[in-house]
Write a protein that binds this ligand. Structure first.
Ligand SMILES: [Fe+2]
Ligand SMILES: [Fe+2]
Length: 202
């Protein structure tokens, strides 16, 4: 009896990630007005880059999980507000987007990561020159994983269609990212890794 109970309680983390990414897709489609599969596609580009750079299997797994979960704070807050009948939920979260990093980080604090990544979701909108959010941290406070996800998130977003613009090609996205490097916003080496390793995508 006990064994049956335990069998039913086995929790497959991959199935959980698949399920939550499906939910996030639906909500993100609502946010952007068009289907983007933003979180899933970010996980794919993250995995491609991590593989090309010979990251460990555990690191690849964690970075893919973090990619799927990175915007969960925004998406789940909108879902929560919509369920409560708050018609302005979408506008509210866009106006208070700085909150999604904090909410998202606290939502995944007990997630069973393999490599103990710290604050990657909290910091994924920080900029090296201190102009990001939510904390306005500088380059010396942002570790490799946070810089990596920040760069990949920008790259992935530029490559997605938005209601107000077409999806950008790899070269167009890299051109914009190199300008961001010149402005001291994002990591130069990671940007060049993305430029070289992901260019066959388009
Ligand atoms: Fe975000
Ligand atoms: Fe994102």
């Amino acid at each position: 009896m006990q064994g049956m109970r335990n069998d039913k309680m086995v929790f497959d983390i991959n199935e959980f990630l698949q399920a939550i990414s499906n939910v996030l897709d639906v909500i993100e489609t609502d946010i952007f007005g068009v289907p983007t599969n933003h979180s899933k596609r970010l996980a794919c580009v993250t995995n491609r880059l991590a593989h090309a750079l010979n990251f460990s299997t555990d690191m690849k797994y964690d970075l893919a999980a973090l990619s799927i979960l990175h915007d969960n704070g925004a998406s789940l807050k909108i879902l929560h507000d919509n369920l409560r009948g708050d018609a302005k939920a979408k506008q509210n979260i866009i106006e208070s987007s700085k909150e999604h990093c904090r909410i998202g980080e606290s939502n995944i604090i007990s997630f069973p990561f393999l490599t103990s990544p710290k604050n990657v979701i909290l910091y994924h909108h920080e900029k090296l020159n201190g102009m990001g959010y939510p904390r306005g941290l500088g380059a010396d406070q942002l570790d490799f994983n946070s810089r990596l996800l920040a760069c990949l998130d920008i790259y992935q977003a530029l490559g997605e269609i938005r209601p107000y613009r077409e999806a950008m090609t790899h070269d167009e996205s890299i051109k914009i990212m190199r300008r961001m490097v010149e402005d001291g916003l994002i990591d130069p080496e990671i940007t060049e890794d993305i430029a070289q390793q992901l260019k066959t995508n388009n």
